[in-house]
Write a protein of this length. Structure first.
Length: 506
């Protein structure tokens, strides 16, 4: 056993404190294994220590791997003492980097399971979901510990490393899903862009998620595991002519989460930085260079580390609605509307909104909500173009459909995400068509606030028309609302659907 308690006050080695290019990290004393005496067999080392409150975000345990290793297997455990209400308890994440090192954005990443698993393995032909199969090459590997929260008395941990010696298995070439499915040409396509399988902290297989997506009426989905791209090669069998599978990652930092949407296969996006490190812009550009979109997720969620602190200057879209509609979604919607107002007042770029389920396990519904995109076809490029342009709306299910348009003189017409170019005093007719929302309330929202409401018919299909001018409304967007759960004057009910805006004016 290697007992890494050589610092009297903290229980951890201070010898290796360094900066990864962003957040401070700590390197513990290394663990060494002897060369294999025979071609086969296993050997194990156990490391224990205690992380104090205020530990860095990442603590690296170097493991010196000799030649002739076919598999590395790691398990860990830590104490979870009871703490008073309002006090953070212990939560410890885990992952691993290979002999290429832990440099931020480097090539050494080999997997991450956060707190979802207590053990993992890597070998040439296979790895635990969340980890990347491949050879276990000689050199110094790094087990990454992430003390997410630490109790006042510290976080005692034990890490067990087992090496298996022998001839390494060959690594199969990954097969990725196609970037095109059988679409309907230029049409509206329904998708869910934030989903988790057992390749991170979900409990469903890709095949199970795909079946639920089809049942929810979806045309496309996006793979978005926490801090790993390991699922990219697992989706080919689940895709098909009727379901486009995009590839990405949920980049889960300590200052908020961002969905990398529709990136190139095999793209890994690092997450080991905070807002103060001024690194987010770099990785946002990496996502775009890989062909994807940058989508801050659940920006006002209340979970630890979820609240978005990077600003929206690099966002291609923002996830305003995450899972079943809750008060933090209402805050996100209001915040996004404030961003729209600022953009029309300044003449600057606007950020489209979208919604996704963030489904992890039963009974989380896939496709609640779903983003409905107007695209030229059911391809990766066309879907991303539609989202980027804001030609989309969000609905609670496949049963709800919305069409919003504005028309002016001389036959001018504009739809969601588009601009109706008219003079400031020209009359404009706004038309909202809704299906699948019986008795719900329709609201037309502008930069001046909610300017028109109407109750939809009991059969669920209705048309709302409203007349305005560009001088009165710089944009108009639609909301379809349920009745309030608790009737409070001025407090709207949960969303059934909402649209991106139609802009009005020259």
């Amino acid at each position: 056993m290697c007992d890494d308690e050589n610092h009297p006050s903290s229980g951890i080695s201070r010898r290796g404190l360094f900066v990864t290019g962003a957040a401070a990290a700590l390197t513990l004393s290394s663990v060494s294994f002897a060369e294999a005496a025979e071609d086969e067999g296993t050997t194990t080392e156990v490391v224990s220590g205690t992380l104090p409150p205020g530990s860095p975000d990442f603590v690296y345990l170097p493991v010196r791997i000799p030649r002739g290793v076919s598999e590395i297997r790691v398990s860990y455990a830590y104490e979870r003492p009871s703490v008073p209400a309002g006090t953070q308890g212990n939560a410890l994440d885990i992952g691993i980097f290979d002999e290429r090192g832990t440099e931020l954005g480097g090539a050494g990443f080999r997997g991450w399971s956060g707190g979802a698993r207590s053990e993992f393995f890597i070998r040439g032909d296979e790895a635990t979901p969340g980890y990347i199969p491949g050879p276990v090459r000689a050199g110094t590997w790094y087990i990454a510990l992430g003390p997410y929260t630490v109790a006042p008395e510290g976080l005692p941990y034990t890490v067990t490393i087992t090496l298996t010696y022998g001839t390494p298995a060959a690594t199969p070439k990954p097969v990725y899903p196609p970037e095109r499915a059988k679409g309907r040409g230029r049409a509206w396509y329904r998708g869910d862009c934030h989903l988790h399988s057992w390749y991170s902290d979900g409990r469903r297989t890709p095949e199970e998620i795909a079946a639920l997506a089809r049942a929810a009426g979806l045309d496309f989905i996006n793979s978005s595991e926490h801090n790993t791209h390991s699922a990219h090669g697992a989706w080919a069998a689940a895709a098909g002519d009727d379901l486009l599978v995009l590839l990405g990652e949920e980049v889960t930092t300590r200052n908020g989460h961002v969905v990398a949407l529709g990136t190139d296969p095999g793209t890994f996006v690092d997450w080991r930085y905070r807002a103060r490190d001024n690194r987010f812009g770099h990785y946002a550009r990496e996502i775009r260079r890989a062909g994807g979109l940058v989508v801050p997720a659940h920006p006002h969620a209340t979970c630890i580390g979820c609240n978005w602190k990077f600003g929206f200057g690099e966002a291609d879209a923002v996830e305003v609605w995450n899972g079943p509609y809750t008060p933090d979604d209402e805050v996100s919607l209001a915040d996004w509307d404030g961003m729209l107002v600022a953009s029309v007042r300044s003449g600057g770029r606007w950020t489209p909104a979208m919604g996704s389920s963030d489904a992890h396990r039963d009974p989380d519904p896939v496709g609640t909500p779903q983003t409905v995109v107007f695209a030229d076809d059911l391809t990766r490029e066309a879907i991303l173009d539609g989202i980027r342009a804001g030609r989309c709306y969000v609905a609670e299910s496949k049963n709800v459909s919305v069409a919003l348009s504005a028309s002016g003189g001389r036959g001018r017409h504009a739809g969601i995400g588009e601009r109706l170019r008219v003079d400031s005093d020209d009359p404009v007719t706004v038309r909202l068509e809704v299906t699948g929302a019986p008795g719900r309330t329709a609201r037309l929202v502008t930069d001046q606030g909610v300017l028109h409401t109407a109750t939809l018919p009991a059969e669920g299909t209705g048309v709302v028309e409203w007349r305005t001018t560009a001088a009165y409304a710089a944009y108009v967007r639609a909301e379809v609302r349920h009745a309030p759960v608790v009737p409070v004057p001025g407090l709207p009910g949960p969303l059934a659907a909402f649209t991106n805006p139609v802009f009005i004016g020259a």
